[in-house]
Design a protein around this ligand. Structure first.
Ligand SMILES: O=C(O)c1ccccc1N[C@@H]1O[C@H](COP(=O)(O)O)[C@@H](O)[C@H]1O
Length: 214
C-alpha cells in the first residue's frame, strides 16, 4: 500500500493527527489514501495506544501511518505486530540505525526532516528510509505547526533526486495544496493542522477540499 501511496503518477495525501474511530472511518469512506496517528505523548493530537484498537479495522482500506518522536523501536514494532499500523513515521532525532532496525522487522519507514535552510536537504539524499517527509523546522515541538517550508528548495531536491520519494508537509491547507503540488511535485502531501477544526478533530469540508486540490 505504501508503494501506491507514493506513486508519483497519483497525487496522494495523508491526513495526520487522527484521534477518533469516527474520523478515521470517514477518511476511509471519502477515499483518503493515508492517515496518520500520532503516538508522541506531547502532541496536541496524541493518540494513546491503549485507545488505538480502532485502527485495526481499517487495515487494507487506508494506509495507517504511526507517527513517533524519539520513541525507540519497541513501540512501533508492537503496534505493527498488533496490526494497528502499516508504516512508521519517525519525526524526532532518531538515528539511521532505528530506521534500519524497523525495516529489518518488515516495517516501511518515513523519515521526517525539519527544514530550516535549503542545506538541511543534504541529509535527505543519504537517508535509508523508504520515503522522506519534509516539514518545517520546529525545535521542541517537532511537527504539526502549520508553518510552510521553502517550496523552491524542496522542488530542487525532488528534481535532483527522482529516486527518493518525497512527502511534502508543513502548513498544507485547502488553499495552498494545489500550488504546493504544482511547485514541488512531491509523491504526496501531508497535513495535520490544515485539515482540522481544532487539534485532533478533522474538518471534513477541509478534507474534501484537500482531496479535490491534489
Ligand atoms: O501534529 C503534531 O502534533 C506533530 C507533533 C510532532 C511531530 C509531528 C507532528 N505532526 C506531523 O507534522 C506534519 C505537519 O503538520 P502541519 O500540517 O504543519 O500542522 C503533519 O502532517 C504530521 O505528519
Amino acid at each position: 500500500m505504501l508503494d501506491s501511496f507514493l506513486d508519483p503518477s497519483t497525487r496522494s495525501i495523508k491526513v495526520c493527527g487522527i484521534t477518533t474511530a469516527a474520523d478515521a472511518e470517514e477518511l476511509a469512506r471519502l477515499g483518503v489514501p493515508a492517515l496518520g496517528a500520532n503516538f508522541w505523548p506531547k502532541s496536541k493530537r496524541y493518540l494513546d495506544p491503549a485507545r488505538a484498537d480502532f485502527l485495526k479495522s481499517l487495515q487494507g482500506r487506508i494506509l495507517r501511518v504511526g507517527v513517533f518522536v524519539n520513541a525507540g523501536t519497541d513501540q512501533p514494532k508492537q503496534l505493527f505486530d498488533a496490526g494497528l499500523i502499516d508504516v512508521a513515521q519517525l519525526h524526532g532525532d532518531e538515528p539511521d540505525d532505528d530506521i534500519l532496525e524497523l525495516q529489518a522487522h518488515g516495517i516501511p519507514v518515513i523519515r521526517a526532516l525539519g527544514i530550516a535552510h535549503a542545506s538541511d536537504l543534504e541529509e535527505a539524499a543519504e537517508c535509508p528510509a523508504d520515503a522522506i517527509l519534509l516539514d518545517a523546522h520546529a525545535p521542541g515541538v517537532y511537527g504539526g505547526t502549520g508553518e510552510t517550508i521553502d517550496w523552491n528548495a524542496a522542488a530542487s531536491f525532488v528534481a535532483i533526486h527522482p529516486e527518493k520519494p518525497v512527502i511534502l508537509a508543513g502548513g498544507i491547507t485547502p488553499e495552498n495544496a494545489a500550488e504546493a503540488s504544482r511547485t514541488v511535485r512531491p509523491a504526496a502531501l501531508d497535513t495535520a493542522s490544515g485539515s482540522e477544526s481544532s487539534p485532533g478533530v478533522k474538518d471534513f469540508n477541509k478534507v474534501a477540499a484537500l482531496l479535490a486540490a491534489t
